[in-house]
Write a new protein. Sequence first.
Lengths: 266, 283
Amino acid sequence: MFYLKIYFNLVSAVLRSQMQYKASFIMQVIGQFIVTFTDFIAIMFIFGKFQDIKGWTLWEVGLLYGMTSVSFAVAEMSARGFDMFNRMIRLGDFDRVLLRPIGVFVQLMSADFDIRKLGRITQGLLVLIISWNMLEIGTNPLKIAFLILALLSGIIFYMAILIAGATICFWSIESTELPNMFTYGGVEATSYPISIYRRWFRNTLIFDIPLAFVNFFPALYILDKPDPFGFPYWIRFLFPLASITLMILTIRFWNFGVNHYQSTGS
Amino acid sequence: MKFPYAYNFISFRCKSLIPNILLYLEFAKKSFQQSLQYRIANYSGFAVNTFFFVVRAFVFMALYENRDIVAGYNVTEAITFTGITQAMIMIIGLFGNTEIANAVKSGEVAVDLMKPINYQLVMLSRQFGRSLYYFIFRGMPIFLVMAIFFSWTPPKSWIILIPFFFSLILAIITTFSFNFIVGVSAFWLLDTRGISNFFIGSGLLLSGFIVPVSFFPSGFDKICEWLPFIGQSYTPVAIYLGKYADMTMLIMLLRQLFWAIILMFIGKTFMHFAMRKLVIQGG
């Protein structure tokens, strides 16, 4: 409870500071909206020329796209502190974090809260809602609850990836965009049904970086689609387990990194 | 402190053109060498660009299942389109450039403006230095990945590479001009990230970077052919793939040239007004 209060206090301070430049703030939200909206417009253009991708229609792909975008955008918004972590290490600011009498994890979670990502979230939600309507899934409360749970799992999943990416900075301070492969790249890859990929690539998304669990398999349930690989039916419900397991492993990795931290000394 | 000198430099430049070309070449060389420093960053960037190429190539391969030619493209051409655009991202600087905006924010820009050189051309030279670096160390490797692991379309004749490279250079200048205008707007906006995202977004879509312009709804593709964005990436790729007949190719190249000049001029005018506005406090 104590940590929760600190978290909200710190985040609200960050938000107030971001709101100081109102014009710039509004333009950034709109900018985020536009830059991600072009993504989906491109998909719509493609489906204007091709009617389906391996039996998946535009709005079915829209559901996948919306789920993965919203999850990632919320994760990126709230775990922004981890995204900026390499700079913190490089400048030696992390020493200060270690000296404070609160957990390192909470401090980083609240170090930055990128409210500008609202543009991206809105865009993802819009696509998700339109697709949901076009597919005439209706207001089945079970499916809506299922969707919300899947989104939450997706958020946890992407947060875990962001934190794991930050942890690497304990060993290498040169900033790299390699984590982008798993975040932005993951969003791109899971915007389409994984059944379209070659076997090795698909298996990576199922077994190695199991993004398929928070996106493809839940979507199969929502759309009542048969599993193209013949996995058992219950695999569609495994997503909370997958994301929480990944998060626990990531936190362990993170703690391991913190214990091995050596200051840059500047 | 104001900078009335800036206008004199232009005449200075005209008087001694040859030494100045050498000077700008020096700037290009310096930025090339600077880029060489970030080796690990380049490896990881290469991995990310290649990842995106592979995903997009797979998407096209799945889309083309049971289909032969769609919107004038067959599957190998679509893969080649994806490979070349991914290879081009960093060469043309499609994701924007924060160099100028940061220099304005930190005040460093004052020092650059005091030098007897044309700021816009210096920045363009620096861009060319980076472009050359990324051509060798980012673009070619991605192209090789495509050529080795995927079926791709080689150029129909090697002569086509001449207009291709000409168009690529114009694409670099066009994108640079957009980035320059965005950067200079920092004199008024202070924070350019919003407007930068706007140009990156339109650059990605309207330039026919994500999907070829011929995939656009009919009518819309015709409009896009007249906009400056198409010169950022689609024109060179379409030339490479032989999508334009000789006359059309000439027209597209002239349009690209026209927009490059206009945008450079707009950037120069922006700079002119920024100089009037610029007041450096303290020092």
